[in-house]
Design a protein around this ligand. Structure first.
Ligand code: TXA
Ligand code: MG
Length: 321
């Protein structure tokens, strides 16, 4: 176990005072780290170029990477993007929750151009986490929020992860406890040809099962094969710890910190009972602990595909690249 550090003065409880302070800072155009049901987000006013620039600066993120905008409800989303029957169906089924929709950006939506990085589409999510929802309501803002980690590093599922990853330019982290899902939202892009619907793509696997999306939309996704990279979560190396990571390990080699799963027992485990939802919720915290350990390398047990297993293996592949 890493030695416990004194708690960071930037971390505030998610009580009425913490939520009011977060809303006030956001209205001043300052970024604030907030809990969501997937991972912690680094939020700022999506309408203000200076506030969005502060997100990019704090994360050290390359500016071609567009951000997800969080809205309190469906009406808020309809004011920003063009919703067709498919989008309405998905929102009705999965919002509030861990689904991000990539849709055509509405003209005059008042979103800072840096949010979409010049694309004609926008990524929207209506989150379910009560603290994120309370801050959306108290601020009255639409909040752009990428995961609250330095660009390319492991995503944060606890307030302490944010504090360890982000330094200057961040003054408030609202502590909502451990993120329930533990993996970033499922991203679905609804494609059009002219004004006609033309299929959908799974840009990032996540907590929402793509089979359920296919069933609702009545068609399988269009493969991503030849597409230029639109979701930089798709870059080969992403979500990466600072040490070499070996996948599919059943035992630790010398100097390896082994993260177990099911029957593979290690220095730590994603889920001793082999539960995939538990493993997803634990994944990033386990990688943070492995990074902080005194071992030079990390090894991780095999995690089966299927359901959340697809999303976990997607993140592991990128973390090891
Ligand atoms: O669960 C989540 O989605 C978390 C929480 C904080 O909501 N947010 C998150 O944001 O993971 P971020 O910025 O780390 O990932 C956003 C992803 C990126 O891969 C980005 O490229 C993609 O969404 N994206 C954003 N706008 C897009 C667009 N218009 N077209 C395609 N991809 C887009
Ligand atoms: Mg991220």
């Amino acid at each position: 176990m890493p030695a416990s550090k004194p708690s960071d003065p930037r971390i505030a409880p998610a009580d009425a005072a913490g939520i009011a302070r977060a809303a006030a800072m956001l209205r001043e155009g300052r970024p604030v780290a907030l809990p969501t049901e997937t991972v912690y987000g680094l939020a700022a006013d999506a309408a203000r170029a200076d506030a969005v620039a502060a997100i990019y600066r704090t994360k050290g993120r390359p500016d071609f990477n567009p951000l997800i905008v969080h809205v309190p409800d469906l009406d808020g989303a309809r004011a920003i993007a063009i919703f067709d029957a498919r989008a309405e169906k998905l929102a009705a089924a999965f919002w509030p929750g861990p689904l991000t929709l990539v849709l055509p950006l509405r003209e005059g939506a008042g979103i800072a151009p840096a949010v979409t990085a010049g694309l004609s589409t926008i990524a929207l999510r209506c989150p379910a986490h009560p603290v994120m929802r309370a801050v959306l309501e108290a601020s009255g803002l639409r909040l752009a929020a990428p995961s609250a980690n330095r660009s390319g590093a492991i995503s944060p599922t606890r307030a302490e992860h944010v504090a360890a990853s982000l330094g200057e330019g961040l003054d408030l982290i609202v502590d909502g406890g451990a993120a329930r899902a533990g993996l970033e939202s499922t991203i679905v892009a609804l494609r059009n040809l002219g004004d006609e619907p033309a299929g959908w793509q799974l840009l990032r696997p996540g907590p929402i099962d793509p089979e359920a999306i296919a069933a609702l939309l009545g068609e399988p996704p269009i493969p991503l094969a030849d597409q230029r990279i639109e979701a930089p979560g798709q870059l080969a190396s992403h979500y990466a710890p600072g040490k070499p990571l070996r996948l599919g390990a059943v035992a630790a080699d010398a100097d390896e910190w082994l993260i177990g799963f099911g029957n593979v027992v290690g220095d730590d485990t994603l889920s001793a009972s082999g539960d995939l939802a538990e493993a997803a919720a634990n994944l990033y915290a386990a990688l943070h602990r492995a990074d902080a350990s005194d071992h030079a390398r990390i090894a991780i047990a095999p995690v089966p595909m299927g359901g959340m297993g697809d999303a976990i293996n997607d993140r592991l592949k990128r973390a090891a690249a």
